[in-house]
Write a protein that binds this ligand. Structure first.
Ligand SMILES: Cc1cc2nc3c(=O)[nH]c(=O)nc-3n(C[C@H](O)[C@H](O)[C@H](O)COP(=O)(O)OP(=O)(O)OC[C@H]3O[C@@H](n4cnc5c(N)ncnc54)[C@H](O)[C@@H]3O)c2cc1C
Length: 359
């Protein structure tokens, strides 16, 4: 049987290893970090991902571990102008599951280990070379190995992508986003997520676990925009980060394939990055089992391009300084009516159900 190696044990690589294992394929998966990172980037697992992961047993454990976010509220000038209630949606998982990325990765890795696949940690890919009878992987630890197929799930700075000279086209969004994870007591529904629309942009807030909330926005001094009764406790994590929208031209390069952040990065709006990476992994595993991996790019490229366009449009509405974007945030009297027209579209976007997967 052909061998397959996976570079990177983030959510994409781990999910791919699990999906392949369900198909009777045992991959070699390696990761540069000797331990999982404790700080969480992603926290929103969408219904699409929960459905795809069912066959691996991960969904059941995710549901036991995480909490359900059932609505998203849009606020303007201290009032809710829109409430998007996911529970009205007639689907099996009518909510976003909130759990830290560290927990998502831990659960996926534990399941893999139970099935006899151990992530080879402390192994850093340095170079990929195409040889006549396979692909050679040069590791920093002075090792080299040969594989028939390689899946690059090694994140935004992908060595697989760079080593093969594949371009990552797109652009950087100018302003930085600020993020704080901290303990809060505040008069907001704890199960919902909330977006405060501001003249200059937006602040997004969601409870991650216990009394710890994540606050993200494109303005300085994020906490000033929370309700005035808010009591602030311990800060767990503070960061600012830029946003880029980039993707590869082709997800396939001979017997090398890219997925997750290695293939596409975009704004965190809509909580799509990790979810789309797991979806890439699912599609690739199905095609690999069918002996039809060449079709991977045809399946993923158009879907990712479309989703990225929608993410970019939504991001511009939330943070943009153009006249149109500012008006969209300020037109509170008509927002509920405008929203009624696009409610299904917006709900499907947030829940990751804005496209089909046909294999
Ligand atoms: C603040 C923030 C919030 C976010 N929130 C959400 C959210 O709610 N929902 C969502 O879906 N997405 C969210 N995202 C995006 C999400 O975190 C990423 O899309 C996701 O981590 C991508 O997973 P991945 O496995 O493709 O890549 P990564 O998570 O980057 O994993 C890549 C792995 O490869 C390893 N690696 C890298 N180079 C090498 C090498 N040379 N050799 C060996 N190993 C290597 C890395 O150590 C890493 O473990 C958020 C991102 C940010 C920044």
């Amino acid at each position: 049987m052909d061998s397959i190696s996976i570079a990177g044990a983030g959510p994409t690589g781990l999910a791919l290893a699990l999906f392949l294992k369900q198909k009777g394929v045992t991959p070699y998966i390696f990761e540069q970090k000797s331990e999982r990172v404790k700080l969480s980037k992603a926290f929103g697992v969408n219904p699409r991902t929960l459905t795809l992961l069912e066959e691996t047993g991960a969904t059941e454990r995710f549901l036991q571990n995480g909490r359900k976010m059932t609505a998203l509220n849009l606020w303007r000038n201290g009032k809710i102008v829109l409430k998007n209630d996911f529970s009205e949606k007639k689907i099996k998982y009518p909510f976003m599951l909130v759990q830290s990325q560290e927990d998502s990765e831990r659960i996926l890795e534990e399941l893999l280990l139970e099935q006899g696949v151990e992530v080879d940690r402390g192994k850093t890919l340095q170079k990929v070379s195409m040889e006549q009878h396979g692909i050679r992987l040069q590791l920093k630890e002075k090792e080299s190995l040969q594989t028939d197929f390689l899946f690059g799930a090694d994140g935004a700075g992908s060595t697989v992508r760079k080593s093969l000279g594949l371009s990552f086209q797109g652009h950087k969004v100018e302003d930085a986003w600020n993020l704080i994870d901290l303990e809060l007591e505040l008069p907001l529904d704890r199960d919902d997520a909330h977006i405060f629309l501001l003249d200059k942009g937006a602040v997004f807030i969601v409870r991650v676990y216990g009394d710890v909330w994540r606050v993200i926005g494109n303005v300085e001094n994020l906490l000033e925009y929370l309700p005035k009764e808010t009591q602030v406790g311990q800060v767990i994590w503070k960061s600012d980060f830029g946003i880029s929208h980039r993707s590869v031209e082709n997800f396939n390069y001979q017997h090398v394939f890219l997925g997750g952040d290695a293939a596409h990065i975009h704004s965190g709006l809509g909580a799509r990055g990790m979810n789309l990476g797991i979806e890439d992994a699912y599609v690739f595993a199905q095609l690999f089992a069918q002996g039809n991996v060449e079709a991977y790019n045809t399946h993923r490229k158009p879907v990712i391009d479309e989703v990225m366009k929608r993410i970019e449009m939504m991001t511009d509405i939330m943070r943009g300084q153009s006249f149109k974007a500012q008006m969209m945030r300020k037109m509170t009297p008509i927002l509920p009516f405008a929203f009624a027209l696009v409610k299904d579209y917006a709900t499907d976007f947030v829940l990751g159900l804005d496209h089909d997967i046909k294999i």
